[in-house]
Design a protein around this ligand. Structure first.
Ligand code: GDP
Ligand code: IMO
Ligand code: MG
Length: 420
């Protein structure tokens, strides 16, 4: 069997959680392969809303095993909060969730280092989620990290060495934090973590594939936040693209099947960094208001703009997307016209291939204007019911992106999903 991958093509928050939840009944295993609690994946069904940070979005469907893969960084305290909330709402989390021994742990001092790094960058700050993601991946790459598997033997000494190293780094940055309370909470959460099945997840996934099981890999963040191909340095610290699923789960490239690329019918970004199609006017504010564009976890305002097809084509290329999924189509229901960026003008030159730099000062988006549909689509159940002007937008996008749009989403609820 092959694994299918579902990931974001923009700057995150495309609606990955919702679609993973919708697709899960067709899968035996759902696995997260990178990122950590910087993610906030929202699911809505039966009048309830859930936000998942580290736990895969397949957790609400019966009979599906969920895996937190080796490529993920895990904060035990946030994990415990999330898992206990799910347990309280009746999810058999301990029965359905497995964690990789090779996933790296986020220490309390990683979060403090994240904050100190941001403070040191001052005006050049990345606008991270403050969850310690960068420092944890830094420790992983520099071979100083602690992994879940470490909790099983002689853990306290390994932890103390890492903590002391971090405290020395913080001191060199002028920070002298009091961590006793944070540490006690964290060690308590480590004990909770040990109640879970901590496994060699690369073996489990490959056994599942051999047994003919269907596996869905759930991406976090989005392609434009990829550490290699995103708008560096305003990116996250992991590979968010399809290749990340191979290294983040131990799945061979030849095992990749369908790649579902998710995008919003427009575009958003949180944190700092360039965003060529950002709208600073009333239209941007309207999109934010109608789309409720505020961070799922942090509540931060998301910056809003028109869809950027130059960046989307780049994302499709990097990920090998086989099927596109368009989210939040309903947010544009009231607009007279919609714009799509088809090229950038950089120093007077028209560029259609995503360039090395997309710094705002030198870049000007070239737009085409598409008539709006001015029809509320949130109640639609089939593609046939949707207005012709919307279908024209879909046709236009498919032609530009040379990839089929397999699903359109017309609202946050599970049921507001139209498979073509
Ligand atoms: P993720 O990080 O990619 O899982 O996305 P988030 O959960 O951070 O953000 C997506 C937001 O849009 C959430 O509040 C969802 O409930 C909401 N959402 C998802 N799909 C749709 C849609 O088609 N229409 C509308 N109006 N909201 C949607
Ligand atoms: P989901 O999975 C949107 C952004 C942060 C910041 C940058 C680096 O919900 O789509 P980090 O804390 O990762 O070091 O922050 O990346 N960012 C996200 N933006 N959605 C996310 O996740 C994000 N995860 C990180 O805002 O600009
Ligand atoms: Mg999100």
């Amino acid at each position: 069997m092959k694994v299918d991958v579902l990931l974001g093509l923009q700057w995150g928050d495309e609606g990955k959680g919702k679609v993973v939840d919708v697709l899960t009944p067709a899968y035996d295993v759902v696995a997260r392969f990178q990122g950590g609690p910087n993610a906030g994946h929202t699911l809505e069904f039966d009048g309830k809303k859930y936000v998942l940070r580290s736990i895969p979005s397949g957790i609400f469907q019966d009979n599906t095993i969920n895996i937190i893969g080796n490529g993920v960084v895990l904060d035990p305290v946030l994990f415990m909060e999330e898992a206990k909330a799910l347990e309280a709402s009746g999810v058999d989390i301990k029965g359905k969730l497995k964690l990789s021994k090779k996933a790296h742990l986020i220490l309390p001092t990683h979060r403090l280092l994240d904050a100190a790094n941001e403070k040191a960058k001052a005006a050049g700050k990345i606008g991270t989620t403050g969850k310690g993601i960068g420092p944890t991946y830094t420790d992983k790459i520099s071979r100083n990290g602690l992994r879940l598997g470490d909790t099983l033997h002689n853990f306290e000494a390994k932890y103390a060495a890492a903590r002391d190293r971090h405290l020395a780094m913080l001191e060199a940055m002028g920070e002298k934090p009091e961590i006793a309370e944070l540490e006690a909470k964290w060690l308590d959460a480590i004990n909770y973590l040990k109640e879970f099945d901590i496994i060699d997840s690369e073996h489990a996934i490959n056994h599942a594939l051999k047994d003919g099981k269907k596996v869905l890999c759930e991406g976090a963040q989005g392609t434009m936040l990829d550490i290699d191909f995103g708008s560096y340095p305003f990116v996250t610290s992991s590979n968010t693209i399809t290749a990340g699923a191979c290294v983040g789960l131990g799945v061979a490239p030849s095992r990749i099947g369908d790649v579902y690329g998710i995008f919003k019918a427009y575009c958003t970004r949180v944190g700092s960094g360039p965003f060529p199609t950002e709208l600073f006017d009333e239209t941007g504010k309207t999109i934010r208001a109608i789309g409720h564009e505020y961070g799922a976890v942090t509540g931060r305002e998301r910056r809003c703009g028109w869809i950027d097809l130059v960046a989307l084509k780049y994302a499709i290329m990097l990920n090998g997307v086989t099927k596109l999924i368009m989210m939040k189509s309903d947010v544009l229901d009231g607009f007279d016209e919609i714009k799509a960026c088809v090229a950038y003008k950089i120093n007077g030159e028209t560029v259609t291939e995503f360039p090395y730099s997309i710094e705002e000062e030198t870049i000007e988006p070239v737009y085409v204007t598409i008539p709006g549909w001015k029809t509320q689509m949130t109640e639609a159940k089939t593609y046939d019911e949707l207005p012709q002007a919307f279908k024209n937008y879909v046709d236009f996008l498919e032609k530009e992106l040379e990839t089929p749009i397999a699903i359109v989403s017309v609202g946050p609820d599970r049921t507001q999903t139209i498979v073509r």
